[in-house]
Design a protein around this ligand. Structure first.
Ligand SMILES: [Ca+2]
Length: 516
């Protein structure tokens, strides 16, 4: 009896051992597919993208209380003062930084709406994840609110269209049906020569009581609901009770559409900038600027009077202030929910925006005002705190964001090999000093028109080949406003040759890139 019991016990024991082994195999399999993402060292990512925001803001200029919330973010991160978009237009710039690839490599060299983005334009990249997709594939919960890839603003976003979104990136998406020009105020057209819906310069001043109707206010509210959901701090009776991937950290991308035209903001944001105090940039155009560079000139494109220019700048500034407040609401929520210490926050704009420099307006140009844009990266933790509140002037490209985030992720060795940017991790934790050899490459008007920014020089060429009068060369040590084109100056021919060579080799690299 005892023997039989023992035999039976030993049978049960062996069954239990076999079951445990099976469990281990299953668990092992699970671990291989979905990593354990509950540990503290798996930070959340809050990725905030503004639209058409130039660097005339607090962290870049000494403008008191202009963007108090971006100032606050900058105080807990590194502000990259010379960060460049790869294309000064929404669609291609966004597809570029989300894929970590230059526009000529990923095929998005246009501003058309293509649902699926570069994965559709370049089928060889169908399996290449966006930066959000990279985190999603490794178990993160990923969500997008409003415009991250290209969306028509206005003209698209009012309908809640997903635009050129790349759907594999996200567990959850939310398109804001922003009222834009349908907002209940009076729209004033400021650019009599440009009536294009989405391109014309116009403004609207709304009562403060209407702020809740606005695209960016609604986007921040939705993003806060997601932050609450991920932090298990859900209001009683709320509808965001279901929590997918309950233990996973998050990658939350939030797009704000201001200060993109139309300049719609509430009156308290306008009140900060009395019209008579608006300073118009002096209209300075160099003698030998190629005519292709001047397509965005006021008299060619917009036809604004001085009064209309003042109103445009005031509307832009008010829109910046309104957007900054929405950034503040996100920062408040992250702090209130107690997740600041485990959340990396990135803020950027898709590209800059001229407000009269070189007599040009808006985007597309290839001067500093359009290709340079804000980039602030805030990483909590003792490795990074020493550099919080600092500015770094190393030349950076927006395609550097992807490898920076993979380096900061729990999976630094898994970054896709085809990424074309370089990680900024060393500039965030202070292990790297200035590197004068970095360059930024940006294109416009489809790709043949391009510019290279080095530590000291900007070289721009309008067209694939060099011909008489299609080049620009600026010395940023002596001419930071880019007013003196040195391309024809005999004293600078060596530099010109060097810059041509740099551009040619960059073009060769990005246009003939091998995906293998
Ligand atoms: Ca834009």
């Amino acid at each position: 009896m005892l023997h039989r019991l023992n035999a039976s016990r030993s049978g049960i024991k062996s069954l239990i051992i076999r079951f445990k082994l099976l469990q281990l195999v299953i668990l092992g399999f699970c671990f291989a597919v979905v990593p354990d993402l509950t540990a503290q060292d798996k930070p959340n990512v809050l990725f905030i993208v503004s639209d058409d925001l130039n660097t005339k803001i607090g962290p870049y200029m000494d403008i008191d209380q202009h963007t108090p919330n971006l100032d606050r973010l900058a105080a807990s991160g590194v502000t990259f003062s010379r960060a460049y978009a790869q294309y000064p237009v929404c669609g291609p710039s966004r597809a570029s930084f989300m894929s970590g690839l230059y526009p000529e490599t990923n095929g998005v060299t246009h501003n058309r709406v293509t649902y699926g983005s570069y994965k559709v334009d370049t089928p060889e990249l169908a399996d290449h994840p966006t930066i959000a997709g990279f985190f999603r594939e490794r178990g993160y919960y990923t969500a997008r609110v409003s415009k991250i890839f290209h969306m028509g603003v206005p003209g698209g976003i009012e309908r809640g269209n997903p635009g050129s979104d790349e759907p594999d990136s996200w567990d959850y998406t939310y398109n804001i049906m922003g009222p834009e020009t349908l907002s209940s105020g009076e729209l004033e057209l400021l650019s009599p020569l440009d009536l294009h819906y989405g391109g014309n310069i116009s403004r609207m001043i709304l009562p403060d009581s209407k702020q809740y109707t606005q695209t960016d206010y609604l986007a921040a509210s939705q993003a806060i609901a997601i932050l609450e959901n991920r932090s298990n701090d859900i209001a009683e009776g709320a509808t965001n009770l279901v929590r997918e991937k309950p233990d996973a950290p998050f990658f939350l991308a939030v797009g704000f559409v201001r200060p993109h035209v139309p300049f719609i903001a509430t009156e308290s944001n306008y009140a900060a900038y009395p019209k008579e105090e608006i300073i118009l940039p002096e209209v300075i155009v160099g003698d030998n600027v190629p005519e292709q560079a001047l397509r965005q000139q006021n008299q060619n494109r917009y036809g604004m009077s001085e009064e209309q220019k003042r109103k445009a700048i005031r509307g832009y500034m008010a829109s910046v202030r309104f957007m900054d407040k929405q950034v503040g609401r996100l920062l408040d929520a992250v702090e209130r929910l107690g997740i600041r210490e485990e959340t990396i926050i990135i803020f950027l704009s898709d590209h800059g925006f001229n407000l009269g420099e070189h007599d040009t307006w808006a985007k597309l140009s290839l001067w500093e005002g359009t290709v340079r844009a804000p980039l602030i990266i805030s990483v909590p933790g003792s490795d990074f705190e020493a550099n919080h509140g600092t500015e770094n002037d190393v030349i950076t490209e927006f395609i550097d964001i992807y490898p920076t985030l993979t380096d900061l992720s729990p999976f630094p060795d898994e970054a896709p090999e085809i990424l074309q940017g370089k990680s900024l991790l060393g500039y965030l934790n202070g292990t790297k000093s200035h590197n004068p050899d970095r360059i930024a490459y940006s294109i416009s008007y489809g790709g043949d028109d391009a510019t290279i920014r080095t530590d000291r020089w900007r070289y721009t060429r309008w067209g694939n080949e060099v011909y008489e009068g299609n080049e620009e060369l600026y010395d940023h040590d002596n001419d930071p406003e880019e007013h003196v084109n040195l391309a024809d100056n005999p004293d600078y021919q060596d530099i010109l040759m060097e810059m041509r060579e740099k551009m040619n080799s960059k073009r060769e690299e990005v246009r003939n890139f091998s995906f293998d």
